[in-house]
Design a protein around this ligand. Sequence first.
Ligand code: NAI
Ligand code: CS2
Length: 486
Amino acid sequence: MAPKLIEASPRSGQIGIVHLGLGAFHRAHQAVYLERYRQRSGDGEWGVCSANLRSSVGLVDGLRAAGHRYHVAEYADSKNITLREIGVIEEALFSGRDADGHWSRDREALLARMASVDTRIVTLTVTEKGYFLNPASGELRVDDPMIIGDIASPQQPRTAPGLLVEALAQRRDAGLAPFTVLSCDNMPDNGKRTRQAVVQLAEHRDAELASWIASEVAFPCSMVDRIVPAMTDADFERLASLGVTDPNAVVCEAFTQWVVEDNFPQGRPNWEAEGVEMVADVAPFETMKLRMLNGSHSLLAYLGALAGIETVYEGINNAELRALLRRYMIEEAAPTLEMPEGIDLDAYADSLLERFANDSLRHRLQQIAMDGSQKLPQRWLSGALERSTAGQSSPCVALGIAAWIRYTAGQDLQGNSYPVDDPLTKRFAELHQRHGSDPSALVAAYLAMDDVVPSELAAYKGFVQAVLVAYQALTLGGVSEVLKNA
Ligand code: NAI
Ligand code: CS2
């Protein structure tokens, strides 16, 4: 029997939050919390204007055509499904490049919305690369063409940091209090990093504006967690069998978590009533999630993809891969974490393996494998550096790095090709071309990329050697042979 649909709350016509990055995650996480909040409290103040700054104009137009309503299917497993209709998105905008190459479409409307007195929070899920920070150092990448563009034309911003700076400048000039900026991307210290991007960009425009932002704007950190895979045809077909035909729908796991630093000078919804953990310090939770969940996801993604495995579900049902993930979490990630009392990391590891085994999600390993250059510093490398400094080895991370290096060649171990989706794709291709026949030079060249790999870690000979040995074993013996001997 199809699950009963929880219908959306009525539109309120009020917008208190602007969201940048109208992707799958926003629709299945923040929007669901806000929908539940509105349904419970009847408070319509926190409607959302959600915008895309690049790609997915089709989704923006699709939502508009659907009166901004869409469906979320939450799968605990194949039999336990919650179906919701979401109505808190009041407006959808697109300020990216249109089909003619112009960047104009809704940019003015988006800036006006961000500068409006009613807007009190701006949230973001623009992926790690959308902040234009050097992943290893956290510094703004002022050599990136998009940032160069925003420095040259600050009033016509194209990037998320550029939009934030311009909207904050407009508010300051109008004598309005700034909004609070809440990053919901999988980055360490995501609030602090967002602040860094925005303040550094503002410094190129106006030192006074930069110091006003630095002193007046709150950038709380947050840890977000819910597995929301990109939609596949099979997902849409399954939804249709449940009676939902909706091109804007998303599917996700039932589990959801949001830990937020409680720093919202202009107010916020009563999120704690919906289970959001409002805390003074998010860092331990964020590091735990990044290293344990995301770190094992990436390990599975690169090794699994090289072995020709397609999804997390298939990967976790491979006993050797599953054992490797558990070993990585318990022996390499957990010992680097300092958690508040009461957090049981063994139980956390088990719960993650159980979530990965959700039989209703088709979470493609290629999706997780994308943007490795932006993800690996916080997932593996910071922990491996701490371990190396303490004289401990990190064999699982070394194997993961070896698999990532091999993965970025764009061909699995069976010779099947796939696109490598990463801001550094071109650099990877050059390195493989130059050093492909010399594993030692290839590994050294990858580990020398100090915008990805901390140079202190690359200086540990034992770590470099472990990556090289793993790389040779992988390329000569294949994934299952390596796992047997791991
Ligand atoms: P998605 O592919 O559905 O959407 C990506 C969004 O990021 C789109 O709105 C796209 O326009 C925007 N974007 C990409 N590059 C950008 C750039 N350079 N500048 C501005 N915007 C850019 O992906 P999804 O699932 O929404 O995930 C987005 C982010 O949310 C992830 O990178 C991660 O940080 C966070 N997240 C995702 C989870 C998931 O399971 N999907 C769970 C936890 C966090
Ligand atoms: C995944 C995450 O795509 C990835 O890299 O590791 O998006 C993961 O699904 C989420 O962080 C779960 O909260």
